[in-house]
Design a protein around this ligand. Sequence first.
Ligand code: Q46
Ligand code: ZN
Ligand code: ZN
Length: 334
Amino acid sequence: MKCRKCGHEAVINMRQHKLALCGEHFLEWVPEQTQRFIEKYKMFTPDERVLVAVSGGKDSLSLWDVLLRLGYKADGMYIGLGIDGGVDYSNQSHQMCERFLSNLKSQMANVKSETPGPGHGDSGWEPTLHVVDIAEMYGETIPDVAARTTRGRSKPCSVCGLIKRHVMNRVARDGGYDVLATGHNLDDEAAVLFGNTLAWNAGYLLRQAPVLPADKPGLARKVKPFCRLYERESAAYALVRGIEYIYDECPFAEGSTSIAHKEILNQMEKDSPGTKLQFYLSFLRAREQGLFAEHAGQVELNACEKCGQPTSAPGLCAFCRLWERRRTDALQIL
Ligand code: Q46
Ligand code: ZN
Ligand code: ZN
């Protein structure tokens, strides 16, 4: 297989795009595509400050790398969940993020900018990694919190999602970031869409989008610049670019419905390349035409009495209630 641009040996064949590329041209193609999606969905502008949620995995580290290559002022944020799972998962993933940043800084010192992008020309700015360790900050790891709450009794994912969303919003707000970017790729988005469609969950379908505007003043907009990039493409980008990432998934991801949905979609993709992309793009078109809007009731949001983040419940938000319960339990023991 030859590269369509230069005729050299291709490293990837993207059947859905009928496009094979060599390493050099693939490393150009990914940022070009990402920039196209950023503009198409009006995610952010070169003047805005971006916070990338990094997990140490291929998608989020590749995204951070691509945004920096495009010239955006993108900092990273890592949340230490305190998950071991027999593979020292949280420590390993934290290390990957730190290593990525130190490699990047040494590269930046050598080459000022590789790919001309919209934000270049800025001097003296260096990317930072914000690290929030949940156990250090709140006194318990995610598995600990999950074990003492009904919400997390069977699996910690619901508690974990709630805590991550809260912390991301807080770091973005306190750091004055305009945008919070996550590394969700097309496979993630198609799997979530598949699940939401099976249940015809209009509320969730309405909230699934490449850009989610800030719910309240002071909150960052949420964007997914890789939402049209296949997981295979983001993995190939990390490999060709030499980004080290954690191969292990979070141990709690095993057996999840979204993995099962990904497998079904992969089978369909194999038989008919482009299925996942078409599924997602047709959904975005339908959504834009207002297909789900009339089915979803408007939820009134209040500011949480303690942290100020938006919540549909009066008084404390679900995050603050998690820790409040811990405080009450501790007082009862005394
Ligand atoms: S990190 Fe957290 Fe995921 Fe692990 S505990 Fe579940 S939600 S699987 S993206
Ligand atoms: Zn080429
Ligand atoms: Zn709160």
